[in-house]
Design a protein around this ligand. Structure first.
Ligand code: FPP
Length: 230
């Protein structure tokens, strides 16, 4: 059973290129697909979905593409608020979100605050997120806040990550075919099952998700031990 699903939503650019459209049109189609997959994930009994929407490295993309992505993020958090309230969905973000332009930040904050009491499902969007940045931010937070100099345990270190209360992902899906983690959830993915599909993100629908979940159901998760835990 997948409790927390993480997704690297890759392939928007290629999807657009295949149709003779600009890359930003691919991102627009990709943003729409998030809602489709949220609905499918809720139907499948998943409780947490973390999507990689913008990495610390994505700031290096052409300014027009970055601007289009930021506008899509602003639009998404604003236009989906009503739907999230209706469906008991909580919106959260992880990453260096202070780096986002003000309109995107404001609209995200509004939806994050409005949905804070929702308990049915959590949509967690990774924005200006990097796995290494998260670990470095955790260390710096720890150095600032921790009084004791006693050895740190894994459990204690975890408390300094961006979302310590969200359980680790059980499954990580990457669309677009690349066999890479790309600086995503480096700590949290330690024991996740990985699933890579050639399907491009804007084409990743309910049937594609269910296929990934079937593959997960057939895996033997041992967490480093010999006993079967499912
Ligand atoms: C990778 O495709 C995708 C991204 C860098 C951005 C993902 C963003 C969205 C799905 C939409 C905006 C998000 C929200 C939350 C509304 P790529 O451009 O690297 O594709 P390519 O590998 O085919 O070039």
């Amino acid at each position: 059973m997948v409790n927390h699903l993480a997704i690297i939503m890759d392939g928007n650019g290629r999807w657009a290129e295949k149709r003779g459209l600009g890359r930003s049109e691919g991102h627009r189609a990709g943003a729409k697909q998030i809602s489709t997959v949220v609905d499918a994930a809720r139907k499948a009994g998943i409780k947490y979905l973390t999507v990689y929407a913008f990495s610390t490295e994505n700031w290096k993309r052409p300014i027009a593409e970055v601007t289009a992505l930021m506008e899509l993020i602003r639009e998404f958090s604003e236009s989906k608020l009503e739907d999230m309230m209706k469906n008991n969905i909580r919106l959260r973000t992880i990453g260096r979100t202070d780096d986002l332009p003000l309109p995107a930040r404001k609209s995200l904050l509004k939806s994050i605050e409005a949905t804070a009491g929702n308990t049915g499902f959590t949509l967690n969007i990774a924005l200006s997120y990097g796995g290494r940045a998260e670990l470095v931010d955790a260390v710096n937070k720890l150095l600032k806040e921790r009084k004791s100099s006693a050895a740190v345990t894994e459990e204690e270190f975890r408390q300094y990550l961006y979302a310590p209360d969200i359980p680790d992902p059980d499954l990580m899906i990457r669309t677009g075919g690349e066999m890479r983690i790309s600086n995503f959830l480096l700590w949290e993915l330690s024991y996740a099952e990985l699933y890579v599909t050639d399907t491009l993100w804007p084409d990743f629908d309910e049937a594609a998700l269910n296929k990934a979940l079937e593959s997960f159901a057939g895996r033997d998760r041992r967490f480093g031990g010999l006993n079967k835990k499912k």
